[in-house]
Ligand binder design. Sequence first.
Ligand code: SF4
Ligand code: SF4
Length: 428
Amino acid sequence: MALHPNVDPDKILEKAHHVQDGMDISGHWNRMFEQRVIRDYTPELLDKVTALSGGESLGWCYQCAQCVPVCPVDAVGSYGPRKIFRRTQTGADLFASPDLWQCTTCMNCLRVCPKEVDMIQIMPAVREQAVLAGNVPDELQKAFENTSSYGNPLGESPKKRAAWTTRSKAPVPLMKEKKRAELLWFVECYPSYHPRGIDASLALARVLNHLGVDFGILGNDERCSCDSQRLAGEVGLFEECAEHNIKQLQRYQTERVLVTDPHALNAFRREYPRLGGEFETIHYTTFLADRMAELGMSRPLGVKVTFHDPCYLGRHHGEYDAPRRMLRAIPGVELLEMGRCRENSYCCGGGGGGMWLDGFMSDHVNMRLSENRVVEAVETGADVLAVCCPLEVSRFEDAVKSQGCEGKLVVKDIIELVVEAMGPDNDS
Ligand code: SF4
Ligand code: SF4
């Protein structure tokens, strides 16, 4: 092949192939790497992270890059554990960097990382220090303050936590009146206060009554499970809320806790036990998947549906099938999968405190994660994007609007589709 006229053949170090023991080891193999500038290495910044309990595994990264293509933030920006390790190694202080707040703790990197670099431990550990130093983005700080003052990140009155039940045709009993119940439904904040969360709560109340389930709720005695605040670094606030909830739950006799929020599922299964709260906890999709035939769904919906796996139900707790079994059992639903689904599902951007960081994130990504996901959902040709995490309904509905997809895609909780198929005359 002829050389470019501007290239001096004498300056090409790798002009000839150098073969040794039958193996080509010419210099051109190294062109894919930049020269390592050892003097840029700043071990003290990496040591600051790895010295923390939970931060150790950042030091195990060997730059294989498997994590980058699966990171949902990298898909819309520049992120992933490999990049964070390298930036920290070459002079960026993670404690003061915008990188600290972008991870949603979705766990997709840990799924593929051969060295088990664990962002679900690293990020909360470093964020905890940033919170103690008062270095927190304003909107996240507001969510922390709301949770501390009102028991929910929305800043709603704790006295109105059970107000949604007055709109329910089906009874929603309080545990303080029942004292014992087969299931204690831990409703959580967005299903108690957000208008679209309430829609799903009303639907679930109807379904539980139709099935004759013996259940009760804590009502105004419930506080945020606080798992996302913990992952965002507010450990003290998490412990305060967790201890309150555990105390309330221990007042009553119940076999299981039922949750609609996968983040509450994570708190109850992984975090509350170390604070003395051992409760068998189940997500509503797992509870209902086997009982769909009992619901008398006689109204075929005639819709194409795609399903978004919540990170904290799927990757964190391994439940991929129950939501799909529910959807397949609804008459007139055709399930279409997105390219990224199940173990490799994309993240809505709401986890790990991301729910309260959209303004901050807009300076660091070219589109919201929820917007990227809505585009993927539209590409399937589905009419409905089905969800089963209360953080997702509002995130995806906003994204549908911002992406100009109104009229093409609607966002619904699976339980809303169930009651639609039960029909208006099928009230419990
Ligand atoms: S997959 Fe793990 S070891 Fe490989 S670059 Fe990412 S964090 Fe580092
Ligand atoms: S946990 Fe998710 S968002 Fe965070 S770095 Fe890993 S892949 Fe990216």
